[in-house]
Design a protein around this ligand. Structure first.
Ligand code: CU
Length: 166
């Protein structure tokens, strides 16, 4: 092995040692779970009228589609992402003047279940205690599969750096 090679090897070793020295505290910090301060997450979910008998009246070409599929509404947004421990506030606005909706969640969040009358809004508030993906939907017959969404609760160890703008 030439002196040049030994020198290069030494340089590489020094570089790796340097990277470890700088990088290790970061890696350790992540593996131990950086301290996360639970936040309050505010969402506004609207019931979007995608295809309704009113739209069929306004656009006659929609009439056969409405007749075939019925009225179609959706939740927007349909995915809500929070971290474990967060307080989740959801305002649901029903944009329909003649259709009721519900915002209903599956277990373990099944204490969240509100009816939202036509042209009105309701607020729900709960703590994101369980990590995972959970459903919310509308229980009015015919509104599934369209009025369906998911709450994603991420582990609090992933919660660094999230800035709540609402
Ligand atoms: Cu509905």
């Amino acid at each position: 092995m030439s002196i040049k090679r030994i020198a290069m090897g030494g340089l590489l070793l020094a570089l790796v040692a340097g990277l470890l020295a700088v990088g290790l505290p970061t890696i350790q910090g992540q593996s131990q779970g950086a301290a996360y301060t639970p936040q309050t997450r505010n969402f506004t979910v609207v019931t979007v009228p995608t295809l309704t008998h009113e739209s069929a009246e306004a656009m006659p070409s929609y009439a056969p589609v409405v007749k075939h599929f019925g009225e179609i509404f959706t939740f927007f947004p349909d995915v809500l992402v929070v971290y474990q421990g967060d307080t989740v506030n959801v305002t649901i606005k029903n944009l329909q003047i003649d259709d009721p909706h519900t915002f209903t969640m599956s277990a373990p969040y099944d204490n969240v279940n509100v009816a939202i009358g036509p042209n009105s809004e309701q607020k729900v508030s709960f703590k994101a205690t369980d990590v995972g993906t959970f459903e919310f939907y509308c229980t009015i017959p015919g509104h599934l599969p369209y009025m369906y969404g998911q709450l994603v609760v991420l582990p609090d160890s992933m919660g660094g750096g999230y800035q709540n703008k609402q």
